[in-house]
Write a protein that binds this ligand. Sequence first.
Ligand SMILES: NC(=O)c1ccc[n+]([C@@H]2O[C@H](COP(=O)([O-])OP(=O)(O)OC[C@H]3O[C@@H](n4cnc5c(N)ncnc54)[C@H](OP(=O)(O)O)[C@@H]3O)[C@@H](O)[C@H]2O)c1
Length: 326
Amino acid sequence: MKALQITGYGEFAKNLEFKEVDKPEISDNEILIKVKAVSLNPIDYKIVKGNLKELLNLDLPTGIGYDVSGEVVEAGSDVKDFKQGDAIFGRVPQEYMGTLAEFVKVDHKVMAKKPDNVKFEKAASLPLVGITAIQALSKVGLKEGDRILIHAGSGGVGSFAVQYAKEKGAIVYTTTSSSNLDWVKALGADRVIDYKNEDYKNVASDLDIVFDTLGEDYTFEAFQIIKDGGRVASIAGPPDVETAKQMGMDDYELPEKLKELIDKKSAAYKFTWMQPNAAQLNEIRKMVEDRSIRPVVDLIYPFEDAVKAFEYLAKGHAQGKVIVSL
Ligand SMILES: NC(=O)c1ccc[n+]([C@@H]2O[C@H](COP(=O)([O-])OP(=O)(O)OC[C@H]3O[C@@H](n4cnc5c(N)ncnc54)[C@H](OP(=O)(O)O)[C@@H]3O)[C@@H](O)[C@H]2O)c1
């Protein structure tokens, strides 16, 4: 079968190659999926660039891609929840990475049936970003009436998180640039802040929660705009100690500056390193089927142009999700 593989670290065109590889063989707990669509996430391009070399320790060449939607073509003898022909979607665990291929195998426990009312391309846009938003916002106890700033409402995670937070009854502020204002507002945000022309810190203050999807200074600045006892959920800043341990960073300590900011505001700082989760996928499926969440797809590339999809996403200005269709 044809698969896109990462052969080295650096430029996409030099380190991503289409190869002819064996079709995966499944064990009793696994399913084989005929891949219909894959969505790209920043982690995919960060892997190719070598940013996660130490953390993931990959044996190259290897497949690339985590999100997938497709059709079950074979199910192991222990698999009772899926059968041949089922349309499914999910984010594969690290050991199964390699969804940019004609077929991929995965443990059935992390997948779910695809929402009935959307095509494979839209279904593939949801798992990683949707599960991330749910896990990050659950960790800080998002609830009805919370005032929250979600950074990058036009990004993959942000465009899901805005809709999810509204669905949970929160009052939602979000940031994006001028050309995205209208469509991000249409996702339901109460106030869309044009980060090119407004300082978000002057617009949103005394918040219950900041969802930091940008990292760097944005992580620290979050503490200026939360109220005392507020919460910061991050997916792009420094890990918290507990999550760092789960990621295998045993000697990790929180940066001093972050410790001080947390203390000063009596705040909670929770980092999320998303984990595949079928129950949350099923929650996403239901929200898509009852139309409280709408997948946001920017561009769809054919499989042979997958490298172009990496190049586009890595520019950092996708409007929703970037998809590769097989
Ligand atoms: N820890 C985890 O488990 C986890 C999971 C998922 C993602 N992540 C990380 O979270 C980050 C976001 O992921 P993503 O999939 O949402 O990325 P993405 O879709 O590539 O984000 C692109 C969006 O970011 C917006 N943006 C860029 N700079 C901005 C700024 N200064 N202010 C506001 N918006 C800005 C862009 O809007 P404009 O074009 O208008 O600038 C664009 O729409 C990435 O670093 C990713 O690696 C971590």
